[in-house]
Design a protein around this ligand. Structure first.
Ligand SMILES: [Zn+2]
Ligand SMILES: [Zn+2]
Length: 335
């Protein structure tokens, strides 16, 4: 089977041994397509993964072979995420499921940028769903990334009437904003790129240029002393300045992006303004279930966000994503 593998500083297409169940429970799936995640790019660029690694985890796939206690069967089109928490460790008990060791260990094999993938019984039981007919493959491939956003929104414990600002309107910022709106909160967006601001406005998210802080002054004054929660989906230096300017006293900053350097949060701002700064990483099975519903009911609209690439062009997809030529890459692998 063909896979796209990391080889030195490139992603190349390579033949790999076909995978079989070999007595394991679970399913072998034929990958129809797989979204390219920002975390794939970080793993590749920062050389976090070794040569031979197959990236990709946002898969939509068809079951070609199965041995399972679930009701899935050959021919089913499914969407799945890649990690499952144990539900019993200290992290899980505190709701920090994405820190669970079992969560980090579980994965689809060899990775989504492959013609075939092994999906374990545990995946089938906890995080896999049949794709309904009213949604396209590329749209449902947002299942896992939107699950991450759902988790962030829930962690923030917003209350009715809260106003949220999402800084960074890339794909994640857009679906985050749509998610916040779907949960019933008022959401604003900002970015530096005109096209993204326009896209957000088209989706009904009142959005601004991050450099036009005067516009924010207006929002802040009109809306009772500032924004209740700021979601940082951008790791740009300026993003933190904007966040600190607009967040109200006692408000929250939700960190949802890595930064090139380990930028520190200013101690005194946090202290005197009694801010809550918190991170949110990867979704629980329940967050994923909510994400599935938001997508399949059309409450989060991802139409037109993806650009298609072939398995041979994963490298190009990465380059185009980094240079902001596209919003989101979807690697289409088979029919
Ligand atoms: Zn992802
Ligand atoms: Zn656990």
């Amino acid at each position: 089977m063909k896979t796209a593998q990391v080889e030195r500083n490139k992603i190349v297409t390579k033949e790999a041994d076909n995978i079989k169940l070999d007595g394991r429970k679970g399913a072998i799936v034929k990958v129809l397509g797989c979204g390219l995640c920002g975390s794939d790019i970080v793993k590749f660029r920062e050389k976090i993964v070794k040569d031979g690694a197959v990236l990709g985890h946002e898969i939509v796939a068809k079951i070609v072979s199965i041995d399972s206690e679930t009701s899935f069967k050959i021919g089913d089109k499914i969407v799945t995420s890649h990690h499952i928490p144990c539900g019993e460790c200290n992290y899980c008990k505190h709701g920090n499921v994405s820190m669970c060791e079992h969560f980090k260990k579980t994965n689809i094999f060899p990775g989504g940028f492959s013609e075939y993938v092994y999906v374990s019984e545990e995946h089938l039981k906890n995080v896999a769903y049949i794709v309904p007919e009213n949604i396209t493959d590329e749209e449902i491939s947002f299942y896992e990334p939107l699950g991450c956003c759902v988790r962030a929104i829930k962690r923030c414990n917003l209350i009715e009437g809260d106003k949220v600002l999402v800084i960074g309107l890339g794909t994640i910022g857009l679906i985050m904003s749509e998610g916040i709106k779907a949960f019933g909160y008022k959401v604003y967006g900002c970015d530096l790129l005109k096209e993204r601001i326009e896209w957000a406005n088209k989706l009904g998210i009142e959005s601004y240029n991050s450099l036009n802080l005067n516009d924010f002054d207006k929002i802040i004054q009109e809306k009772s002393g500032g924004i209740d929660a700021v979601f940082m989906t951008s790791g740009a230096d300026k993003a933190l300045d904007v966040a600190l300017k607009v967040v109200r006293k006692g408000g929250k900053i939700l960190v949802f992006s890595s930064t090139p350097q380990n930028t520190g949060y200013p101690n005194n701002e946090i202290y005197y303004k009694e801010l809550t700064v918190m991170g949110s990483y990867s979704p629980s099975p329940k967050d994923l279930k909510d994400s599935f519903e938001l997508l399949t009911t059309g409450k989060v609209n991802v139409k037109g966000l993806s650009t298609h690439y072939s398995l041979e062009n994963v490298q190009q997809a990465i380059d185009d994503t980094i240079s902001n030529k596209i919003m989101k890459a979807y690697i289409k692998i088979s029919e």
